[in-house]
Design a protein around this ligand. Structure first.
Ligand SMILES: *Cc1c(COP(=O)(O)O)cnc(C)c1O
Length: 392
């Protein structure tokens, strides 16, 4: 029953400021200040235990996280945790568990093979015409399944060591690069002026057509999405922002306002979700999530199969479940709300689309297909007639 009412609440845009923290003597002004939010992040065991009853597995997870991937949770995001629910989908994303120390044989510290595709420290050039530029190793909060936990948060022994000048030089020399994706870490953690330095430098390179920023700040720290930031960003169009939302409860009224501010400044928004056990591994949750995203003017972009990061098997979902979710959306709801399900191929193959099979049979004469209701249809291939101009 408790779950049902929580589910219904998750479908509306609630304020994250209601309740708990308001009773701690925190003023609205402090709460709405992103610097206050960053300064008051929950990042130690005593702080966490002050607010939440931990299980033994969580307690040990928090202790061990200090040498792997730091724990850090903004009060805003922490406030979305249902304290009475040990399986809360928000809790599972940010509170370490002891299972993070268990490494399965197929798990890797660099699951997508990024380090071997870095021509310059911090710049991943895997695809022909675009690059991933890792501009920082810090985030507002740390996702426990982070694909870049080897270099992110400063807790592990590998450092990111981005070489900005070498990266800009590489981009200047490589005229085939027309798309630069800023990520990290979280680029929106930078001040407006620092971020603007990077964007204006990139815009000075003539062959770079398209800029995007991958960020979870609109979700972890919506207070950071100020009109000033949005006005700065809109000077560098075309610029897209990809956010990261996994569960409908993350879309609060504050988050919606931030996303609308970005959209109002002409920034197209996409969402990248990760399929996570106990968080969003069912059709109902994913449908509610994608509907809420559309209401925030965010187009679901990718649904990622979990990268094989060390210590993540407790969050892994079978591919069959991901396919079932996509099948449960296609045809049943708005096409705009359906993300592309992908596996980022282990070892560095890049993103591979994974789709339910709608083709039952195909030969040179016809293709037999099924629709979302399971009905089958035949589509005849064009009869082959010699055409002097066209040659298939
Ligand atoms: C995901 C990714 C990109 C961007 O891929 P799109 O499919 O264009 O969104 C670029 N470079 C790397 C290394 C990536 O992992």
């Amino acid at each position: 029953m408790q779950h049902d009412s929580q589910n219904d609440l998750d479908k509306s845009f609630r304020s994250s400021a209601i309740g708990y923290w308001a009773n701690q003597g925190v003023t609205d002004q402090e709460w709405n200040d992103h610097k206050w939010q960053l300064k008051n992040r929950i990042s130690s065991l005593p702080q966490l235990e002050e607010h939440l009853n931990l299980s033994e597995d969580e307690r040990n997870g928090v202790i061990l996280s200090g040498t792997k991937l730091a724990m850090s949770i903004t009060p805003h995001f922490f406030n979305l945790i249902d304290r009475d629910d040990p399986d809360c989908p928000i809790r599972r994303q940010v509170i370490p568990r002891v299972e993070e120390t268990i490494t399965s044989p197929y798990e890797l510290s660099d699951p997508c093979g990024e380090d071997s595709n870095m021509p310059v420290p911090g710049l991943v050039h895997r695809y022909p015409d675009r690059v991933l530029f890792l501009v920082t190793d810090r985030c507002a909060s740390y996702c426990r399944y982070c694909t870049r936990s080897r270099v992110v948060s400063g807790a592990g022994d590998q450092a990111l060591e981005t070489n900005y000048e070498a990266a800009f030089q590489y981009l200047e020399e490589h005229t085939e690069i027309r798309d630069v994706l800023l990520s990290g870490g979280d680029p929106l953690l930078f001040s407006d002026s620092k971020l603007e330095q990077i964007l204006s430098r990139l815009r000075s390179i003539k062959h770079i057509e398209f800029l995007r920023i991958g960020s979870r700040i609109p979700i972890f720290l919506p207070q950071r999405i100020t009109p000033e930031l949005c006005r700065m960003l809109q000077k560098y169009h075309p610029l897209f922002v990809s956010v990261h939302v996994n569960h409908p409860r993350e879309l609060t009224s504050e988050v919606k306002e931030g996303l609308e501010c970005l959209a109002n400044h002409g920034i197209p928004l996409g969402n990248q979700s990760v399929l996570l056990r106990g968080v969003n591994d069912n059709v109902e949750t994913m449908k509610a999530l994608t509907h809420k995203l559309l209401m925030c003017r965010v187009r679901p972009y990718y649904l990622y199969q979990l990268d094989l990061i060390q210590g993540s098997s407790h969050l892994q979902v079978p591919v069959a479940k991901g396919l079932e979710i996509i099948e449960g959306l296609r045809g049943h709801t708005t096409g705009y709300s359906i993300p592309q399900y992908v596996i980022d191929a282990p070892g560095g193959g890049g993103k591979v689309p994974i789709n339910p099979d709608y083709i039952i049979q195909r030969n040179s004469e016809r293709v037999v297909i099924r629709n979302f209701e399971g009905k089958t249809f035949e589509y005849p291939e064009p009869a082959v007639q010699p055409d002097p101009l066209l040659d298939y």
